[in-house]
Design a protein around this ligand. Structure first.
Ligand code: GLU
Length: 555
């Protein structure tokens, strides 16, 4: 068979040679050890929480080594493509501050190794496919899926295999094997009749033979050789994932392919492709899938599970920093220790290590995420929290955005309570927590929701509130203010010191802490709140008096 002639018959429109294409993609000029990585998502649905895993690992490894991280959109499956998914991908990755040095951007490309959308690279793939056909390593297949299925009779995805026909020949297998040996005349007849064709690889592997392979996460593996004549180009001339992966990662200079472990079973195909194409293989890391607990057993976090859709995190109001911080804790087992030692450093200062990654799936856990988020938000400035909250509320609680955004300085004073310092307050996990937390500062939301403790006489509560109202001086400091509470306590038969009360409880009605509880309920509406002195300072004299009066009236 004249395979060069065959390649011309199949690809008359391809005039370039692989060497011409290679010239358009020169080797990258990077320092020794610099890694080139990519995120290669398919725009086939909403963005999954799990996508952040490879995204961060790729990003960290590239940027930590002074390398390049790029975004390639793998849009070769038009049937599965979802409208708007590409925009969602690009927006979401930007929202999480995942920075790409090059790659697909909205409406175009940024970088010289593009196009970065596989659907725009058909000619490139066809150039390499043509070469493989010319070298007898690939062949056209005019048989439709249905015909193949009928031949195989059993298998939905009929596979044309290299080896086992020879030992266990059946009529069907013979017929399938013959597809490989299509003649030039048959090809010409098919083409003349306008029949569509696929390009299949002509596999020379023997699955009984194993290729040693080192995955940077999974370790040493033995990969059985590929014997399946898998598809390289579909009938529309668009490549399969396998073929596009080999061609693109070679041309774009990827040094490390970091992807989900669901690709591990395809590795044999990729090893074969790189060999057939004469490309040096990149290094591989297959990341274990995210797991969740169901009862006592671990299950894969599926697309439908709570927590899977990244858009939900935005709606609920998680800071992107919180989500990333959480992913970092899942990615490297020593991250949390590092964070404890370095509470204020950006996560990018952490020395990320492949060795510290889990080989089995990390466990997704909302409680843990919430815990991480509380700490992350506690470490933010009041201004950052304010900006995020307003931004979130504009979309999800516009009435609150209006109230909270009315006076920025006032909102910042509220958010500054207990912020900074060694033990910051941790009241906010998600932005939707801000409204209940700050509502006491706004008359439109303020309400007394807790009751006064029942073991006290209403008259004493009323007397305490009245005494405080009559003596309240907003210009004294916290200590003097508290001394004022002690005076009220003593006057009303309460102990000025908790210690004194504990020593002889029968001698007092209660202690100064109870007085402050009465005030807290009247002024803040509940028994737990941030520092009461600060609350009074922020809401101001008139509000304090008005709230006290309202309670004195009804007590
Ligand atoms: N498009 C593939 C996917 O979304 C990419 C796998 C890879 O990173 O190579 O699963």
């Amino acid at each position: 068979m004249d395979t060069v002639k065959l390649s011309e018959l199949l690809f008359p429109h391809i005039h370039k040679l692989p060497a011409d294409v290679e010239a358009d993609f020169p080797a990258r000029n990077l320092p020794e050890g610099a890694k080139v990585t990519r995120l290669a998502p398919s725009p086939t649905g909403f963005m999954h929480f799990g996508t952040l895993f490879p995204a961060l690992v790729n990003e960290r490894l590239a940027h930590q080594s002074g390398g390049v991280f790029y975004l390639r959109i793998e849009d070769t499956d038009a049937k599965r493509e979802v409208k708007g998914a590409e925009k969602d991908l690009i927006d979401t990755l930007a929202y999480y501050h995942i920075h790409f040095d090059e790659g697909a951007i909205m409406g175009g490309d940024n970088g010289v190794y593009g196009p970065y959308r596989q659907s725009h690279r058909a000619e490139i793939y066809q150039t390499f496919a043509k070469q493989l056909v010319a070298e007898g390593k690939a062949y056209p297949c005019f048989t439709t899926d249905e015909e193949l299925e009928a031949l195989a009779q059993v298998d939905k995805k009929a596979e044309i295999k290299n080896k086992d026909w020879h030992t266990d020949t059946t009529e069907q297998k013979e017929a399938m094997l013959k597809l490989r040996d299509i003649t030039i005349e048959e090809v010409e007849a098919h083409l003349a009749a306008g029949h569509a064709f696929l390009i299949r690889i002509k596999a020379d592997g023997d699955p009984a033979k194993k290729t040693p392979f080192t995955d940077l996460i999974k370790g040493k593996l033995e990969i059985p050789e590929n014997d399946e004549d898998f598809v390289l180009l579909k009938s529309d001339g668009i490549p399969t994932y396998h073929f596009a992966h080999a061609v693109d990662d070679h041309l774009m200079g990827t040094t490390h392919v970091i992807r989900g472990e669901e690709w591990l079973p395809s590795l044999a195909k990729h090893i074969m492709l790189f060999r057939y194409l004469g490309f040096k293989m990149p290094k591989y890391m297959h990341i274990a899938q995210l797991m969740k607990m169901e009862g006592n057993s671990k299950k894969k976090l599926s697309k439908r599970d709570n927590g899977a859709a990244l858009s939900d995190y935005r709606v609920t109001g998680y800071a992107p920093e919180s989500v990333i911080e959480y992913v970092m804790t899942l990615l490297n087992s020593n991250y949390e220790d590092w964070r404890r030692m370095n509470p204020t450093l950006p996560y990018s200062d952490f020395p990320f290590s492949i060795k510290k990654m889990s080989t089995s799936g990390a466990l997704f856990d909302f409680d843990k995420l919430n815990d991480v988020s509380k700490n992350t938000v506690a470490a933010m400035s009041a201004k950052t929290v304010y900006d995020y909250t307003i931004d979130w509320a504009k979309s999800y609680d516009p009435a609150f955005a209006e109230v909270f955004g009315r006076d920025e300085a006032y909102a910042l004073r509220i958010l500054s309570i207990g912020r900074g310092g060694k033990k910051p307050r941790k009241d906010i996990t998600v932005w939707s927590d801000v409204k209940p937390y700050v509502s006491l500062f706004f008359d439109e939301y303020f309400a007394v929701t807790d009751a006064y403790p029942e073991n006290f006489d209403k008259a004493d509560v009323k007397a305490a509130l009245t005494a405080f109202r009559d003596a309240y001086n907003p210009s004294v400091d916290n200590n003097a203010w508290f001394d004022g509470l002690k005076v009220i306590a003593e006057t009303l038969g309460f102990a000025a010191e908790v210690k004194a009360y504990k020593a002889s409880p029968e001698a007092y009605k209660g202690h100064v802490g109870d007085i402050s509880t009465f005030l807290r309920i009247a002024v803040a509406g509940k028994t737990t709140s941030p520092d009461l002195y600060e609350i009074m300072q922020i809401i101001g004299y008139d509000r304090v008096i008005a709230r006290l009066n309202a309670q004195i009236d009804i007590l």
